[in-house]
Every structure is written in structure tokens, then in C-alpha cells.
Design a protein around this ligand. Structure first.
Ligand code: XIL
Length: 320
């Protein structure tokens, strides 16, 4: 029977993969067995374990217990690993968030963090999300300890530190709502140009793809948006796709709309040279961050909560 990663590779993509929850993969055997199927999911990314609050909860004290869970699964199975995320305003420990920094002290904190975390995973990460979500939805720069201290200089700084820590992984800027090709997308283009103008290394832009059933842009509109970035000389990938129903439980017809939306997203990647892969933010509705974060919405993934394939799975597999 058809399996998504294999189909994706045959269609010219580098991988089709998923985010994996650290507790689900340890506690749920059915979940774990599906994660282990590398023909279905050829790439994994840890849902939370590599984030700053998990890896360096106190200054200079690094802990990789949680961070290692998913990378070890990927290694065992021979799956590609996306690594996520180094410089981000969210899931930051309090000591970074509320520290009073100047350029010198924060640069040294960033350098120690990036060197330690990237050093720990050196050789294992196919991609690293170096900067995550630096832009507000209205197209302004997002406040964070990094922006507040360096302004836009933290972009090139982060990529330079990352390149020095692990020269052999692809370095990504990653964000959500870039799919709509509005002010936020314009600002992400500006971010890439700023990094490039500074002579710093950036390899790719991740489109998270946290989308809504019935409001997902068309395949051709999505492809046009992706090409704004590939024309700058960086690759692109969908890194965190989920397409949530605005209200749940969903109807059968809404699940068909969802299937079309998934096909449009995957299709747009096939249409763009330089779109390298697809990652879904989980695979089963049993475990998804969506209902907790967007109350009243959900059923955003491609397997239902009983691990049955949904119409979205079928539409992706027939497209690939
Ligand atoms: C989410 C996780 O799925 C949740 O478990 C966690 O509580 C919050 O973060 N953008 C990102 C991801 O880059 O890291 C986020 O993951 C979802 C939004």
C-alpha cells in the first residue's frame, strides 16, 4: 500500500515527515509503531524537546533528556531529522526572558546556547530552525529579548553563530501565516534580504502552515508565495502543517474541504522547484496542540484520534 514519504520522494521531494510528541512516543505503543514507519514518515522533528526552556532551563545548565527522545527514534529508524528551534521569543526560560541584557551579555548567552545545543546534535540535524517567529502578523518586527537588544542585527548574528556551531546543517528562518502573502510575508522577504546583505548564511525559509479549513489559499496562490523566497536563492519547506476545522466535530463535507486544502498545500510544494519537503505538526488528532491553543477548533491532522486515515490522507496520497 502507498506510503506518504515514499510517494513524496518519488514525486521529487526530499521527505514527508511529522512532528513527534515526546510523551506520546514514549507512552502510546500504537502511536510509536506508526512513527517508526519510515516509508510513511521519512522525517521527524521534536515537538518540544529542543526548545530553550527544555535544553537550558537555567543559565549554563544544559539538559538533553527530553531533547534526545525524538532524535534517538529518528536515528534508530534511519529517518531525517529537522531540529527546532534556537532563537525564539516563546518557550524561553524566565532567566532569558526577564534578564536585563546589553549586546555583549546577550550575544554571549546566545553563543553559549547555540554552541551547546547545536554541538550536542552535531551531524544529526538535516535542518535547524535558527530563528522562529520574529515577525508579528501585522508585518512589524516582534518584540523579544533578541529584538529589544539588537534590533534586526540579531538575524545575521543568529545565523552566523549557527553556522560556526554546525557548518553542515541547513539553516532556516521559520514562521506562520506567511502563506497569505500579505504584510507578514513582505517582512519575511525583508528578513532574508537583511541576512543576505549582511553576508550571513541562510539556506531556507520554513512555512509553518498552521491553516484553517475553508480559508487555505489556492495551490497557485501558495506556489506564487513560495517563489517569492526561492527567487531570493533560499529553499523553502512546509514545516508544521495542520489545517484546523473552525468548529468541531467536523461534518463529512468539511472533511472533504480539509482534504482539498491539504492537497493544495502539498501541491504547491510540488509546483515549486526549491520546495524541498513537507512536515505535518503531528499526524493523529489524538495528540495535537490545536484544540488547546485555538479552543473550539480541531481535527486538524491526517489521521483521526483512532489512528484511522482521514480524507486528507487519501487526497495527499493520490496527489503524490
Ligand atoms: C507547540 C507545541 O506543539 C505545543 O506542545 C507547545 O505547548 C507549544 O508549542 N509554532 C512552533 C511550534 O514553532 O514550536 C509550536 O509547537 C507551534 C507553533
Amino acid at each position: 500500500t502507498a506510503q506518504l514519504h515514499q510517494l513524496a520522494v518519488n514525486a521529487g521531494l526530499e521527505y514527508f515527515g511529522i512532528a513527534v510528541g515526546e510523551s506520546a512516543v514514549q507512552q502510546d505503543t500504537t502511536y510509536r509503531n506508526l512513527v517508526n514507519d519510515k516509508r510513511e514518515f521519512g522525517q521527524l522533528v521534536p515537538e518540544n524537546g529542543q526548545k530553550w526552556d527544555s535544553t537550558e532551563p537555567n543559565r549554563g545548565q544544559f539538559n538533553y533528556r527530553n531533547a534526545d527522545i525524538v532524535p534517538n527514534v529518528a536515528k534508530q529508524n534511519g529517518q531525517l531529522l529537522r531540529c527546532h528551534a534556537l532563537v525564539w521569543h516563546s518557550q524561553l526560560p524566565g532567566w532569558v526572558n526577564s534578564g536585563s541584557w546589553n549586546r555583549q551579555t546577550l550575544q554571549s548567552v546566545m553563543e553559549v546556547h547555540i554552541n551547546n545545543v547545536m554541538g550536542h546534535f552535531k551531524g544529526a540535524c538535516y535542518h535547524w530552525d535558527v530563528i522562529n517567529e520574529a515577525i508579528n502578523d501585522d508585518g512589524t518586527w516582534r518584540p523579544s529579548p533578541f529584538y529589544n537588544t539588537f534590533g534586526t542585527d540579531f538575524f545575521a548574528l543568529s545565523f552566523r553563530l549557527a553556522k560556526a556551531a554546525d557548518p553542515d546543517t541547513k539553516l532556516y528562518y521559520n514562521d506562520y501565516n506567511l502563506e497569505y502573502n500579505q504584510a507578514k510575508t513582505d517582512k519575511a522577504v525583508e528578513l532574508v534580504r537583511i541576512v543576505q546583505a549582511a553576508g550571513a548564511p541562510i539556506d531556507g525559509v520554513g512555512f509553518q502552515g498552521h491553516l484553517i479549513v475553508g480559508s487555505t489559499p489556492s495551490r497557485s496562490a501558495l506556489a506564487t508565495t513560495l517563489r517569492r523566497f526561492t527567487s531570493l536563492g533560499v529553499e523553502v519547506a512546509y514545516t508544521e502543517i495542520d489545517i484546523r476545522h473552525p468548529s468541531v466535530p467536523s461534518s463529512a463535507s468539511a472533511r472533504v474541504t480539509q482534504a482539498n486544502d491539504y492537497a493544495n498545500v502539498v501541491g504547491s510544494c510540488l509546483d515549486v522547484a526549491g520546495c524541498v519537503g513537507i512536515t505535518i505538526w503531528g499526524f493523529t488528532d489524538k495528540y495535537s496542540w490545536v484544540p488547546g491553543t485555538f479552543p473550539g477548533t480541531g481535527e486538524a491532522l491526517i489521521y483521526d484520534s483512532n489512528f484511522n486515515k482521514k480524507p486528507a490522507w487519501t487526497s495527499i496520497s493520490s496527489l503524490l
